[in-house]
Design a binder for this molecule. Sequence first.
Ligand SMILES: *Cc1c(COP(=O)(O)O)cnc(C)c1O
Length: 358
Amino acid sequence: MKKHNFSAGPAVLPRIAIEKSAQAILDFNGIGLSLLEISHRSKDFQAVMDETVALIKEILKVPEGYQVLFLGGGASLQFAMIPFNFLKNKAAYLETGVWAKKAIKEAKGFGTTEIVASSAETTYNYVPKGYTIPTDADYFHITTNNTIYGTEIRTDIDSPVPLIADMSSDMCSRPVDVSKYAMIYGGAQKNIGPAGATFVIISDEMLAKVNEDRYIPTMLKYQTHVEGESMFNTPPVLPIYTIMETMRWLKELGGVEVMEKMNIEKAQILYDAIDNSKMFVGTAEKDSRSLMNICFVMKDQYKDKEADFLEYTKDRNISGIKGHRSVGGFRASTYNAMSKESIQYLVDVMNSFEKENL
Ligand SMILES: *Cc1c(COP(=O)(O)O)cnc(C)c1O
């Protein structure tokens, strides 16, 4: 029986990417060895790394003067590496959720950190606007998609200082103007691959701004990984392979322009259902709504039915719909690989539950 996987991350991947990865584990490129048991410096794996980097560059139209890296440690290690490498005078952050807050905590360990705006008081149910980015900051850090709260910054903002974006959960969900960012990074496991690989797109201009006044451990220096072409140490070979297959799938479908169109269409189906429901209500403000994570709860008078609904969805092969504990209710993650049919199926299940329980 088909499962409808709405997990926030690790999350749904294109079936073809999983099948090809399984095949590469059994026999990679027909060489009679597993992808897992050959050198990362072999020509077969080098080709995987090269193609993955090339596909990211092509798909996101990464301009000249940028490096694409694959590292370990997740987005969480980037929270520390960014200020470690670049915080000299002051760092500026937009506080839009728990992930942003974790990034801020690490920056504070390295120097002055200014929070330019925060939506913490309303449980991060919107993305602040109309703030001023301090022009004396070394960089301005944003989280483009707030996975837990279902809010998203869907335009490439203008920043007077280098802009750094955590795109863990909306990477490759829409076209981005990479030239507006000094750095884009994230864990792969939400929208482009499995856990274990961290993507970093960074400009040479930013790399030149590294803080030379403190010792940065070799592994935590971006320059190390630029010079090592993501092979300074053994890279996460299997996750990178799956990212490659996911990017091949994405390119075949028509790239990020097509993804965005599909993501808008898919999210609309579920948001419309929520807005037309007597029982469910969305938690994020409408103008901040995410296309990737759709958060909703039951209206106050039906609150006691939330556990029943979770059970009801589980019985109907819907997985991963429980909301994060800080928001409660439900969260349907609708990443690139989530099909429109599964979203329509969820809507049908919501409607039938409502009919039976109103
Ligand atoms: C999941 C997530 C993270 C944490 O990623 P790890 O790879 O587990 O460290 C950071 N930021 C955002 C926006 C996320 O969704």
